[in-house]
Design a protein around this ligand. Structure first.
Ligand code: HBI
Ligand code: FE
Length: 291
């Protein structure tokens, strides 16, 4: 798959600042071999620590599809072989997990999602980063993102997201599409029979934000609305001030299965909403107490 950017361009991209992965030996699609034999015993132990801590939390805080899929992944004991995970995932929703050095240029990232390939960093964080790291590591990507790819509707939504990438790039609207990813893939909430639960990878791979997003009184919880999400800025280095809540994944797929171009043209000239804003027209499920 031809790419418009080489490693040197990525290094100049905003997300490229101080990238920690090794981008020197990549295939043309920016994937690499997963260095299974290179993982140390300490790294596998760190994976187990992260896994045990989060898997206890997700029973109470995550949407059921998340922990049912996590169980099916059977990856508690060590950093998983992406091929093993992909074999199971292909059977479920025809997605693959492919090893990459870390953050990818937008066009490369979108192209992988459009072809039902989830790019996952192969390396794991350092012990001192157990509660926070800037770039996604193997725990964030595989523990946080992959379980949802076992859900057929969410799996189709994420491919739709990737397919929408080139149009967003053509409209200079990647920041708007990124908000949709940030709020509805990284930090999404969903209604369940047992109340509002978390499904976003950013929260479910975070010890603190898993509970904060579901229990805390500080953040707003507002019913999902596509235009609203596309117009709302987000925090990248602190818990969110607003979480958007899905009725179900069908709502996300249906609302996003449209031509985004008119939305981009309508929203781009407008002032974005602050992360903690509550506006008229919001269906407010919980009004945050931070404001
Ligand atoms: N690359 N590996 C990786 N993972 C991401 O989540 C990611 C990325 N590149 C770009 C990106 N996310 C976002 O800028 C787009 O979703 C907009
Ligand atoms: Fe992520």
């Amino acid at each position: 798959m031809p790419t418009s950017q080489g490693p040197e361009q990525l290094r100049n991209a905003p997300t490229a600042h101080g990238l920690r992965g090794d981008y020197s030996h990549m295939r043309v699609d920016w994937t690499v071999e997963q260095p299974l034999s290179a993982y140390t015993a300490d790294e596998h132990a760190l994976w187990r620590t992260l896994y045990e801590r989060q898997s206890r939390l997700v029973r109470d805080y995550a949407a059921p599809v998340f922990f049912a899929s996590l169980d099916a992944m059977a990856c508690a004991d060590s950093i998983p072989d992406f091929e093993t995970i992909s074999t199971r995932l292909r059977k479920a929703t025809n997605w693959d997990v492919v090893p990459v050095p870390g953050l990818l240029p937008d066009d490369v990232f979108f192209a992988h999602l459009a072809n039902r390939r989830f790019p996952a960093s192969w390396w794991i964080r350092k012990p001192e980063e157990i509660d926070y790291l800037v770039e996604p590591d193997v725990f964030h990507d595989v523990f946080g993102h992959v379980p949802l790819l076992f859900d057929p509707v969410f799996a189709d939504y994420l491919q739709l997201y990737g397919l929408g990438g080139p149009k967003a790039i053509a409209h200079d609207a990647v920041p708007l599409l990124a908000r949709l990813y940030w709020y509805m893939v990284e930090f999404g909430l969903i209604r369940t029979e047992d109340g509002i639960k978390a499904y976003g990878a950013g929260m479910l791979s975070s010890f603190g934000e898993t509970r904060f997003s579901v229990d805390a009184t500080e953040p707003n919880r507002i019913r999902f609305n596509l235009e609203r999400v596309m117009r709302t800025r987000y925090w990248i280095d602190r818990y969110q001030s607003t979480y958007f809540v899905l009725d179900d994944f069908e709502q996300l797929f249906t609302d996003c299965n449209i031509d985004f171009a008119p939305l981009y043209d309508a929203i781009l000239p407008l002032e974005p909403y602050a992360p903690d804003a509550v506006i008229s027209g919001d269906v407010v499920l919980h009004r945050g107490e931070s404001g």
